[in-house]
Design a protein around this ligand. Sequence first.
Ligand code: ATP
Ligand code: MG
Length: 472
Amino acid sequence: MPTTLTHRPSLSPDPTNPVLAPTRPLAYDHIVTDARQTAIAMARRLRDAGHLAYFAGGCVRDRLLGKDPKDYDIATSATPAEVLRIFPGANEVGAHFGVVIAKSHGHAVEIATFRTDGSYRDGRRPESVTYSSPEDDARRRDFTINGLFEDPENGDVIDYVGGRSDLEAGILRAIGTPAERFAEDSLRLLRALRFAVTLDFEIEPATWSAITDHADGLRRIAAERIRDEFSRIITLPARARALEMLVRSGLIHHFLPEIMALIGCEQPPEWHPEGDVFIHTKIMLAMLPAEAPLELCLAVLLHDIAKPPTQTRDADTGRIRFNGHEALGATMTRDILNRLRYPNQVIDDVSFMVSRHMQFMNVRHMRVATLKRFMAASTFPLELELHRVDCASSNGCLDNLDFVLAKRTEFASAPLIPTPLVTGRDLIELGLTPGPRFRELLDFLQTEQLEGRMNHRESALAWIKNQLSEGH
Ligand code: ATP
Ligand code: MG
């Protein structure tokens, strides 16, 4: 990709410019963090060298909202070469034009030169950037609430894009012409939903219709980038609203179309008085704890993904069934998460949880060894939560959950899967050769141990010797 970096002299601050007029800080004076002090000190070094330096983007937005910013970004008139001279240990970020990361006191601050992005022919990244003025730099940003600057010396907000009033009114609005901004960079489609849901903001109507018009632009975005945005969206506390918006905007159609089939997929009303599979799934997402981990959110989202393709109706009674939806669901989950390039551990855990979500129906009839093995899975704590919201969102029957929780207390004094009484090595010493029979014997002994019928190594060894002498 050709990259051109042209330098234009920066504008000096103009005290008569109304957008630079001081504004009263909102109620954020309590936010005094190390990260902030570090960023203030860095901005001061840039200023002492004769450059403009403002806090920019998310940290200004978050501070105005009274939230402690996660990290600080500085926008400056200094070129990257000048920034590197002022911060000799800093690194230039390869993937982003003109961005330098400076570290101090364990905090990393991104320092980016004021710039205008060139054309975005591929809908993903600008082909060139031009160093420019603070105002141009504000205008190349995505949403008005992300286009604010702050003077680090006095907290004054510098607003070229009307971001402050949108922030106060709770409105997410694209800067400039929304259609152009989404055509330039399709990742902004997902970012728009993420910011709206994170902040509980409304999306301004022209911005919303541009999102729906340009939804198919997502097809040009690499799966990994969609995955990262989607993971942040689906783990938000308001993830149910996010799912609703992903569907209504048409965005989900371009990366997770399987969800669309859940809408209108009827379920037996006696088990699911709440409605179709989509409604059921959405209620479950809303019932999860705010901080639910990614694997759990994905498992809830996908647990019934195979209900539409497995749905049948009994000829005589018309009763709806979804036989085998958990097994097919696990396969579909694997395919979907693979396609979105999730790490193998996430794919394995989520599809495993989907495959087992119906087993809770049987827990009261499982023998002890089966139940202990079921409960010993590393995903089990998350599965408990999946099962809880599955029931609470539908028929409300929590008997199986209560049963398992009581068993967990009952079993708590010893490991669910104790150290084996005998091992493969013991079997070899007894003259057996490794093979399928090995596993059978060891599994049998483990079952006896889990059931509490065999508790000593000697009796286990004696039992094997007996088996061998009987020629089994
Ligand atoms: P957070 O980090 O809390 O998600 P943020 O606003 O800091 O929110 P970043 O992705 O860290 O978001 O980006 C920093 C700033 O860079 C944004 O506030 C915005 O001004 C600008 N920005 C980021 N991505 C884009 C984009 N795709 N198009 C235009 N501007 C962007
Ligand atoms: Mg950020």
